[in-house]
Design a binder for this molecule. Sequence first.
Ligand code: SF4
Length: 481
Amino acid sequence: MNYDPKSSKAEEFINDEEIRETLLYADRNKNNVELIDKILDKARPKKTSSGYVCSGLTHREASVLLSCEIPEKVEEIYKIAEQIKLAFYGNRIVMFAPLYLSNYCVNGCLYCPYHHSNKHIARKKLTMEEIEAEVRALQDMGHKRLAIEAGEDPVNNPIEYILDSIKTIYSIKHKNGAIRRVNVNIAATTVENYRKLKEAGIGTYILFQETYHKESYLKLHPTGPKHDYAYHTEAMDRAMEGGIDDVGLGVLFGLELYRYEFAGLIMHAEHLEAVHGVGPHTISVPRVKRADGIDPTAFDNSISDDIFAKITACIRLAVPYTGMIISTRENEAVRARLLRLGISQVSGGSRTSVGGYTESERPHDTEQFDVSDTRTLDDVVLWLMRSGHIPSFCTACYREGRTGDRFMSLCKTGQIVNCCHPNALMTLAEYLVDYGSAESKKVGFELISTELEKITNPKVKSIAASNIEDIKNSNRRDFRF
Ligand code: SF4
């Protein structure tokens, strides 16, 4: 099998031989200071008259950095990751929450409690009325962006059910709340179904590869349609063929050797760029966690927090324009560390069970994984603001059709800072007025005035400032740049 990033065949664009050679190359060069310096230089953001540009790294270059163990070079990797994050995403952090629709599943994934042969987990599928109640509860917290999750089950969770759910979610207007972007995390499907999802107005289509290592993949997915490695790995191509131009990649770290997964992940991003002209919109970095019947120590490739931080930083250097997501699988300390290294989206107040948001206590009976960060959304918002981040509830790009390569070109020309920054401030002001605690309001409005001062374009600054005043005085215009 030849390596060909432009091929439509999974085993050619995620080529095992190329990954193995990459790992050998990375091993041979992990102490090659001259090469490492060259790669670091390539990764550094460069200032131009219209802002910063970054060239990104190939999977081979990025793999060398991931293998490097020279302390001062590793520190440099972290420093550059932080510079890239600030250059393209600023100090904004996009907020979202998962919404579990159904845990019925016909697959046999060994690391997931929803697998078909788990007979003691409670099975549940939300009705449209229950979805409405969940969405109201999420809106009452202040969420505007959801990621819907459902197991694969053509009888219980057919595409029509997913489409109806999306329609229900978008239709609910409750007080000042509205869900403005529904991202979808469902099993690999057909071009026709992806087209239907696109027509339903989804944001990003997210599908974790779990592992790029085919042999392990087949063992970890012994039964069900997900067993088909090629069908799963080629899903993003079908999604893009169906018109979805924002796709989200991710691997479940801990299942296989992390260096292998890392190279595969970057190759997947290269493939999307080579074939569709646009790389992944987001990359998620989940690690295997404890859940009903799932013991993470049973998977012997678990990674330490230090390695996890290094992986995050190296992804940041390799694909500088791609958003990076961390969920509540990770605790506060890990999230704090990773935020500096490139993460641009976090979830808050998450419930990972079906119907969990309408329960006063976090239910465990239908949970997909154990949540490590159990703080409320307002706690997370306050925490982010205190550490100098701007929690953003903005969904303007999606609403204005700035998706796929249009979003990427905004990002690549540095313009994201001129429109996303004021949008983040306005949406944060709305959140604070509608849902913020007294402490969040105090810290938040002080942060907003400091951040307004940083806007250099006088027209943008004055429009944003006057909108924020209006928001404070309950005079909403729903204006976004
Ligand atoms: S990972 Fe997804 S496909 Fe696999 S068992 Fe869990 S819900 Fe089903």
